[in-house]
Design a protein around this ligand. Structure first.
Ligand code: 6PG
Length: 249
């Protein structure tokens, strides 16, 4: 079951994401639990990170309780302009009072991409303490590209078929590069999986992903069906404009 929330614009989508994260962290902290969060790259999350780092949110978030991970990464050094970690560092990690030990970045600068993915998988297994089974993140944020990709699960790529790994390298022919990405089974164990999607350029693909024929190899976002977790779409009006079943909030 998925839930679609249509919000007025991209700013409202980012605020909704920040609000949800803040609520979940406060709730976890009240029960003396930690909150595991996986982040994505992209423009809407960037704004969400800036909102989280703003005075309004800084003061109310129990930063100590949150552990930060990434659902995918570009194969560049962590200070590179294309690095998802670097984007988060600039927008959030440097400004908010986040303990260094709560940050778990993907070591995707390793030229041995298989080793990079395996080492992140180990980091996840150590953190969740699960030698068997698939870890369950409290919340996984995702974006959707206008080709229907999510995380670095691109149309027609090998990573879409991987069932026995948590993290994998993925060669993306159209970008002529590798990425490191969470696999579908890991994402689908998330307790809450939240897509942040904004802009008119996403409208047609979002309609296809949610209301079109099932074609998960061409539309990787269709593979995201957490169970028993919750799938949520926070989308702006522009991105939702072709949806028949969206209900505004
Ligand atoms: C990445 C992402 C990717 C992103 C989408 C949407 O590293 O590129 O994790 O999956 O979320 O491409 O990006 P936008 O929100 O910028 O459209």
């Amino acid at each position: 079951m998925s839930e679609i929330e249509v919000l007025p614009d991209a700013e409202a989508v980012s605020r909704r994401g920040a609000g949800l994260l803040s609520e979940l962290a406060t709730e976890a902290d009240r029960h003396a639990r930690r909150l595991s969060v996986a982040l994505s790259g992209g423009s809407t999350p960037k704004r969400m990170f800036q909102i989280l780092a703003s005075d309004e949110f800084r003061a109310k978030i129990p930063w100590e309780s949150i552990d930060w991970f990434w659902g995918d990464e570009r194969c560049v050094p962590p200070e590179h302009k294309d690095s998802n970690y670097n984007m988060t560092r600039e927008a959030l990690l440097e400004t908010a009072p986040i303990p260094e030990g709560n940050i778990y970045r993907i070591p995707a600068e390793n030229p041995d991409v298989a080793a990079a993915a395996a080492s992140y998988e180990r980091i996840l297994r150590d953190y969740f303490g699960a030698s068997h089974g698939i870890p369950r993140f409290d919340i996984i944020f995702l974006g959707m590209g206008d080709d229907g990709h999510t995380a670095s699960l691109f149309p027609g790529t090998k990573a879409l078929a991987i069932q026995d790994r948590l993290v994998t390298p993925n060669y993306v022919d159209k970008l002529q590069t590798y990425r490191v990405t969470f696999t579908i089974p890991l994402i689908n164990q998330g307790k809450q999986v939240v897509f942040l999607i904004a802009g008119k350029g996403k409208a047609e693909r979002l309609h296809e992903v949610l209301e079109g024929k099932r074609d998960p190899d061409r539309l990787p976002s269709q593979n995201i069906q957490p169970s028993p977790g919750k799938l949520r779409f926070f989308v702006d009006q522009a991105a939702a404009s072709l949806l028949a079943k969206a209900s505004g909030k």
